[in-house]
Design a protein around this ligand. Structure first.
Ligand SMILES: Nc1ncnc2c1ncn2[C@@H]1O[C@H](COP(=O)(O)OP(=O)(O)OP(=O)(O)O)[C@@H](O)[C@H]1O
Ligand SMILES: [Mg+2]
Length: 264
């Protein structure tokens, strides 16, 4: 089983989009996939049209001792794709204060998921704004995908993201025998026409080289539309550019099953 966090220090770069569409594409290929919505914006939950009124969500899993994984997992419309949703009535500060009062607060997710089985992939849409929630994800996941928009402000956040991984590996890795590695950078909103995008691309290639996935996700309005309709982009518009790109990204992730994270 691979546990992959999908996160960025910059908002609006495609973290939830990647979680939904990579997850659905892997499930369509035949992998068993669990999505975890660990972002209080709840956009992965919303983008798959999941209702949380009468079911438990990640918050209860992390904060209530009597709630188990099976109480929180819901199926989605895609065969083989399950989700632990975020309840959008829980805002970030509430979650932070609940987690802060827990014993071993940085390891709640790891503890709750320690015996999970039956999945090939766990993909986690992850907020980096809530430090405790983010640390919970990084102490469980072993690989990280960072969606990137080719803009200087986004590029400048990549170094600090990697520093966080190093610090988690040093600070926490030795306590619980855990390591998280960068699996790769996924260029989203790919369009090299603007000069600023071309120069940002050169910067990112120079700094991260092989760590950039071959697949790039182009700008495609069908992606936004699909989230409103509660579906993966290829179930909304089968042959649009975004659908083709996400299917090809899933194939690239499958290839890395045998290879593991790429060397930088
Ligand atoms: N390649 C793309 N082409 C066009 N629109 C896109 C593309 N990728 C994402 N979007 C749209 O951009 C918006 C932001 O994407 P998304 O919500 O996935 O980003 P995010 O990083 O999760 O943002 P947040 O910080 O709010 O969690 C959404 O409306 C989404 O539909
Ligand atoms: Mg999001």
């Amino acid at each position: 089983m691979r546990a992959i966090a999908i996160a960025s220090l910059k908002g609006g770069v495609g973290t939830s989009t990647t979680t939904i569409n990579l997850g659905a594409a892997l499930a369509t290929i035949g992998r068993k996939v669990l999505l975890i919505d660990a972002d209080p914006k709840g956009n992965t939950t919303l983008g798959l049209n999941i209702c949380t009124n009468e079911s438990h969500s990640l918050t209860e899993l992390l904060n209530c001792d009597d709630v188990r994984i099976d109480d929180c997992v819901q199926s989605t419309y895609v065969k083989g794709l399950d989700i632990i949703p975020w309840n959008r009535s829980i805002i970030e500060v509430e979650e932070e204060s609940m987690l802060a009062s827990q014993d071993a607060k940085e390891f709640r997710l790891r503890t709750e998921l320690s015996e999970i089985g039956g999945y090939d992939y766990i993909l986690i849409d992850c907020s980096t704004r809530s430090k405790i929630l983010y640390t919970n994800v990084l102490t469980f996941a072993t690989e990280l995908i960072v969606p990137v928009k080719l803009e200087p402000l986004n590029i400048s956040t990549l170094g600090p993201m990697l520093d966080t991984l190093k610090s988690i590996n040093q600070r926490i890795g030795s306590i619980v025998n855990h390591r998280i590695e960068l699996l790769g950078l996924l260029i989203n909103f790919y369009n090299l026409w603007p000069i600023i995008s071309r120069s940002s691309y050169q910067t990112v290639r120079k700094a991260f080289g092989e760590k950039i996935f071959e697949t790039k996700i182009p700008i495609n309005s069908k992606i936004g539309e699909s989230q409103i309709s509660g579906k993966a982009v290829f179930d909304h518009s089968q042959n649009c550019k975004g659908a083709i790109a996400f299917k090809s990204f899933a194939q690239e992730i499958l290839l890395s099953e045998s290879v593991g994270p790429k060397a930088s």
